[in-house]
Ligand binder design. Structure first.
Ligand SMILES: Cc1cc2nc3c(=O)[nH]c(=O)nc-3n(C[C@H](O)[C@H](O)[C@H](O)COP(=O)(O)OP(=O)(O)OC[C@H]3O[C@@H](n4cnc5c(N)ncnc54)[C@H](O)[C@@H]3O)c2cc1C
Length: 468
C-alpha cells in the first residue's frame, strides 16, 4: 500500500487529505494517508473563538459562494445544511475618505452621484474603454499600481484598488503582481480590451443566459455571498478533522523531508520520529516548506524563501448596541493608505452574521498592519487598542470603550504575490520534476482565498492519486 504524508493541517492539508481519501476510495485504490500538523489544533489560519457571547474569527470569516470549490466540499462532507450565508447587509461596502464613509457605487447612477471620486477622477475613469488608454505592456509582469494608474487613473488606484488589495491580501499595490493576484482581471483586459467593456459584454451575456433559461450563479454580486457556519468557519476544519479521524496527527513538527533509504522519502519530526513515504504533499506555508526541504533540494528551498509574507493584527471589539450611533447596515469599510489612519479597515461582523454577537450587542473586527505597515505587528495590546479606538472615533464616531476586546496577531499572515511570483512558480515546477511524488499546495502559490486553497487541494489530491 502506497504511503502518502501530508504536512500541514490548515484548510489546504485537511482538504487534500479528505479529497485524496475519497478519490482513492472511488478508484478502488488503497492508500495509507497521514497528515502531520505542528499545532495541537488543526485548522491553521482558521479559528473561531466563542467568548462572552461573541464569536470572533481569528483569521478568515467565511468564503464566497460565487466559486464552487468550498461549497462542493461542504456538500460532499455532509455539512451543507449547516451553512450560514451572510445577510443582505453584507452587500453594502464602504470606503472611508475625506472624513466620511462612502458606499461603494454598484452601478453607473450611484457612481455618478457618489462623492468618493472627484469629477476629474470620474472623467479619467470614463476614459477607460477608449483608445486613449494604453493596453497591457507585452511580456511585463505589471504591478497592480501600474495597472490601476494606466487603466483607471491615480485617484481610482488610491481609493478603489489599493483598499481592495489591502482588504484581500493585506498587500501593497506597488509591489503586487496583477497577473498573479487577479489573473481574471488581466484576462478580461486581454479578451475585451478593457474592464468597462468586459462588464458590459458579460452583463449582456448574463441577460441572454437568463432569457435562454440557463442556470446563472445565485451570487448576489460579482464577488458572491460571504458564507460561513452558525458556529463560525472553524466548523469546516473541525468537520474535516473529525471525518479524517486517525489520519490527522497533531502536535508534530516536521523538521525535514529527505530522500529515504527504503522509500522515496523520509519525513523527520522534531521528536525524532521518522515516517517513510512514497509521496509527500507540502501543505505548509512556503517559508516552512523551505526549511523542511533545505536538505533535499536547496534550489527549491531558495525559491520558496523568496515568497514574502505580510503580517496582520486582527482586533475584535464588542459593544452594547446603544454605544453605537451610526448605521451598521453593511459589510464594513476599508481605508485608503493616503488617509493616514492606523487601521486597514473594519468589518461589521455582527451585521453580516447576526449571531456573531448576542442580542443588542455589536461585534466589530478591525485589521491593522499588512505589507504597507509592517511595524504594527510589534505594538503592544494597549497601543493597538488605543489606535483602533482613535480610528473608530474618526470613522464611525464611536467615543466609548468597548466592553469586549480581543487582539490576534499573525506575524506571517498572508503570502504576497509580488512581481516575479509567476516566474517563481514556473521555476518551482521545473525543479519539482526532479522529485516525483513531491507536491506543493496551500495558499502560497495560486490564490489565498479558502476557495483557492480547496481548488489547489483538489489538484494536489488528483496528482497524488495519479502517482499512487
Ligand atoms: C486575518 C486573515 C483573514 C482572512 N480572511 C479570509 C476570508 O475572509 N476569506 C477567505 O477566503 N480567506 C481569508 N484569509 C485567507 C485564508 O484564511 C488562508 O489563505 C487559508 O486559511 C490558508 O490555509 P492553508 O492551509 O494554505 O495555510 P495555513 O492555514 O497557514 O495552514 C498551514 C499549516 O501548516 C502547519 N505547519 C507549518 N509548519 C509545519 C511543520 N514544520 N510541520 C507540521 N505542520 C506545519 C501550520 O501549523 C498550519 O496549521 C484570511 C487570512 C488571514 C490571515
Amino acid at each position: 500500500m502506497k504511503k502518502i504524508i501530508i504536512i500541514g493541517g490548515g484548510i489546504s492539508g485537511l482538504a487534500t487529505a479528505w479529497l485524496l481519501r475519497s478519490k482513492a476510495q472511488a478508484a478502488g485504490k488503497e492508500l495509507q494517508i497521514t497528515l502531520l500538523e505542528k499545532e495541537e489544533r488543526p485548522g491553521g489560519k482558521i479559528r473561531s473563538i466563542q467568548a462572552d457571547g461573541y464569536t470572533c474569527e481569528w483569521g478568515p470569516n467565511g468564503f464566497l459562494d460565487s466559486k464552487p470549490q468550498t461549497l462542493d466540499l461542504c456538500r460532499a462532507l455532509g455539512v451543507e445544511s449547516n451553512l450560514h450565508r451572510s445577510n443582505d447587509n453584507a452587500r453594502k461596502r464602504f470606503i472611508y475618505s475625506g472624513g466620511e464613509l462612502h458606499q461603494l457605487p454598484d452601478g453607473a447612477p450611484t457612481f455618478l452621484t457618489s462623492r468618493l471620486i472627484s469629477w476629474p477622477g470620474k472623467l479619467r475613469l470614463a476614459l477607460e474603454p477608449t483608445p486613449f488608454i494604453s493596453s497591457a505592456p507585452a511580456g511585463v509582469d505589471e504591478t497592480l499600481a501600474a495597472f490601476g494608474r494606466r487603466r483607471l487613473g491615480g485617484e481610482a488606484l488610491d481609493k478603489l484598488i489599493a483598499p481592495m488589495v489591502s482588504g484581500i491580501f493585506a498587500g501593497d499595490p506597488e509591489t503586487m503582481s496583477l497577473i498573479s493576484c487577479f489573473p481574471r482581471i488581466a484576462e478580461l483586459e486581454r479578451e475585451y480590451g478593457g474592464l468597462i467593456r468586459a462588464m458590459i459584454m458579460l452583463g449582456k451575456k448574463k441577460k441572454k443566459d437568463i432569457a435562454d433559461g440557463k442556470v446563472v450563479s445565485s451570487a448576489a454580486g460579482p464577488g458572491g455571498v460571504l458564507t460561513s457556519f452558525r458556529e463560525g468557519i472553524q466548523y469546516l476544519s473541525d468537520a474535516l478533522t473529525t471525518s479524517l479521524g486517525g489520519i490527522v496527527k497533531t502536535g508534530i513538527t516536521v523538521t525535514s523531508v529527505q530522500k529515504g533509504a527504503e522509500s522515496p522519502y523520509q519525513v523527520t519530526c522534531s521528536d525524532g520520529t521518522c515516517y517513510e513515504a512514497d509521496q509527500v504533499v507540502m501543505a505548509s506555508p512556503a517559508f516552512a516548506a523551505a526549511e523542511m526541504l533545505a536538505g533535499l533540494d536547496s534550489g527549491i528551498s531558495a525559491v520558496l524563501r523568496q515568497i514574502p509574507y505580510a503580517s496582520m493584527t486582527v482586533i475584535c471589539f464588542g459593544y452594547r448596541r446603544e454605544q453605537i450611533k451610526c448605521s451598521l447596515d453593511g459589510f464594513g469599510y476599508l481605508i485608503p493608505k493616503k488617509e493616514g489612519r492606523n487601521t486597514l479597515g473594519t468589518l461589521w461582523d455582527s451585521s453580516m452574521f447576526e449571531n456573531r454577537a448576542a442580542e443588542n450587542k455589536v461585534l466589530l473586527r478591525s485589521m491593522m498592519g499588512g505589507a504597507c505597515f509592517p511595524g504594527y505587528i510589534t505594538l503592544t495590546d494597549d497601543e493597538v487598542v488605543a489606535r483602533v479606538r482613535q480610528d473608530l472615533k474618526m470613522t464611525m464616531g464611536i467615543d466609548s470603550a468597548p466592553e469586549f476586546v480581543r487582539v490576534f496577531r499573525h506575524p506571517q499572515a498572508i503570502p504576497q504575490y509580488t512581481v516575479g511570483h509567476g516566474a517563481r512558480l514556473q521555476k518551482l515546477e521545473e525543479l519539482l520534476k526532479g522529485h516525483q511524488g513531491l507536491i506543493l499546495t496551500g495558499n502560497s502559490y495560486r490564490g489565498i482565498g479558502l476557495n483557492d486553497c480547496v481548488a489547489a487541494a483538489e489538484r494536489a489530491a488528483d496528482e497524488a492519486l495519479l502517482c499512487a
